[in-house]
Design a protein. Structure first.
Length: 199
């Protein structure tokens, strides 16, 4: 596998982490020069990131399939996906580099929103960044912890309300600060009045 192929694969995985099951063609269109430069200048880290991203996605799928956590779009499962991913990265690479990967991720999301008003928005992006930071802390402080223990710790943090989710009602509708349902069909701006709360 040449470096360009590896880089594109890595960036597709990174974007799928945020967008879920988006088409590969759509994800490829979001890859920017900044991401290509990053991959070229960090080829060995790119291999690790690719492997750990697959692992984080696989564990997230397993938690969803076993109903351990729910709501992959702004809920506890979403919080796990980001925090566990960053925890894995922080165990194997420096926290600063893990954080940089997370930042690149969110910049791609914003650019995508500006082009086609994707599902990502300011609250979702802020939530991801907050959960990334918790994950970086967990991974950095537990470098020798096993993957199983790290999964358990991450879930524990979520269930104790130490991570972040989007405020919703029992039916999954996003709520504003006054607990009123936000009509996302008419909210087309980056800022959608969504609220971030403890998990």
């Amino acid at each position: 596998m040449n470096l360009r192929t590896l880089l594109i694969s890595l960036l597709i995985l990174l974007n799928i982490l945020v967008y879920g099951n988006g088409s590969i063609t759509a994800v490829k269109s979001k890859i920017a020069v900044r991401e290509i430069i990053w991959g070229i200048t960090h080829p060995f880290i790119a291999f690790k990131v690719k492997r750990l991203t697959k692992e984080a996605l696989s564990i997230t799928d397993s938690l969803q399939n076993h109903n351990i956590l729910s709501d992959r779009s702004g809920g506890q499962l979403d919080a796990f996906k980001h925090s566990y991913w960053m925890a894995l990265l922080s165990q194997e690479i420096k926290a600063k580099k893990a954080r940089k990967i997370g930042v690149i991720h969110e910049k791609v999301n914003y650019k995508s929103f500006k082009k086609n008003h994707s599902v990502q928005d300011s609250a979702a992006s802020a939530m991801d960044i907050l959960n990334n930071e918790v994950g970086i802390l967990l991974g950095s402080n537990n470098k020798l912890m096993s993957k199983k223990e790290l999964i358990t710790l991450t879930i524990s943090y979520i269930k104790q309300g130490k991570m972040y989710i989007i405020k919703k009602d029992d039916k999954g509708n996003c709520l504003d600060k006054d607990n009123k349902i936000i009509d996302l069909s008419v909210e087309k701006e980056w800022d959608k009045r969504k609220c971030i709360i403890g998990s």
